[in-house]
Design a protein around this ligand. Sequence first.
Ligand SMILES: [Zn+2]
Length: 506
Amino acid sequence: MLRGGREVHTGAFIARIEDALRKASIYQDDLAQALAASLMPLDRLEGEAGAAVALSMEMEEEPPLVREEALLRGLLAWFKSEFFTWTDRPVCGYCDGKDTTRLARTAAPDSREAAHLASVVEVYTCSACGAETRFPRYNDPLKLLETRRGRCGEWANAFALCCAAAGLRARQALDWTDHVWAEVFLPLRAGEAPGRWVHADPCEAAMDTPLLYEAGWGKRLSYVIAVDENGVVDVSCRYARDWEAMKARRVLVDADWLKEYLAHTTAQLRSHLSADQLAELAARDAADAARDPNPVPTRQRLPGRQSGSETWVASRGEGGGNKAGAADEGPAAAGPPLVRYRLAGDEGVAARLPGRLTGGAVRASGQNGEAEGAVRALDGDPATKWLDFGGGALGAVPWLEYRVRGGAGKAGVEVARYVLTAGNDAPARDPKAVALEGQRPGSSEWVTLDEREGLCFPERGSALSFDLPTESCFPCVAFRLRILELLDRAAAGAVQLACWDLYVAQ
Ligand SMILES: [Zn+2]
């Protein structure tokens, strides 16, 4: 029996899921997928995914990278950096004023806006010209392919359609504390049935980081419901830092009712499927259910919200790890997702930096997306940097690894010198003590080649050069820079480095 105000909440609960189901059916529409595909650089993304899989095999990564995961990573990066735009406030439609619009009121959509499933229209007035600009919150993913802007609702909606157009199995993850992201089903190994639904947030280009919200942003989640054309599933515990605490917050609808409603809706959605299709879905459900329902806690730190202006994020209390000085609190949080090897892409650097080791593959303990990924420390460009939020945690020893490829990758390379270049800001995040390690050919053991303490970069972007002791000059197939201490860990919140350049013995 439902009591008190719960009937109202239950109605709203059902309405939100039914809205997501309508979107899910659009994602499966052939024409919708074709339209999305026509706007996506699918050949490029597929090519990059294929190259990433080949590199993973060459590096003998375990588990090996599957094509779907590589494609999803590429899609997340493309969607955020090239396709969609975040909108706190729209640009003035009359004078193009960028920071001049203020929300005046909300209005009902007109017939043209309603035709594209706008739920509400935010009306902004411009302080420069006085004109009004309408910002309809469209729910039609096809319309969003044209507008390419919005907040998390629009982002997740258009992204789910793009995933479907790329041939990935995606579903919406609805969060009842005002967020929405996607989940994508990834096989564990190429061509095999077992796999798992993986968290994918297009706004943050974040993947497989389910504790991002509770541990990073400081949210207190209650319900997370995954929705696709084949079912409606309660996945809340997958995002819980403390499942018992989350359960205590789940008072919006009756727990038994929710269970029954989800089971009933899923059964209805599957009622028209063939026995084969049902068996495939059941196998996928079972594989996903077999893994640990709760995320694995560690002491790594996750970032606060990156999407939206600082003011907007702060107004929602989602800044989390962005807060200065929050580094040492060290609450339980998920570790960063496994960072895969990437090609350093540094072949051109040797012309500018004679003797610089190039052509390798790189990975790190963690990274802040592709924009501040491990590759950025090896690109020879002091204007870009590698940043790892997890590396700022108390007791963390963040690292960068550079693995030699090709013929030299078998015989090894002798390195005589290495140069570290500080990032553009936040001196607290500079390395203060480092160890350089190497791997001899045929060995997986890391040998210390050099250790340095008391590092001090005089200015932002300045470089420190270190010669290896003579006894460390022997061929290695891989090098690892471990950052043992930061300049000011309490204030850092992350580790960062603009460049790590290795120079071969002449
Ligand atoms: Zn204006």
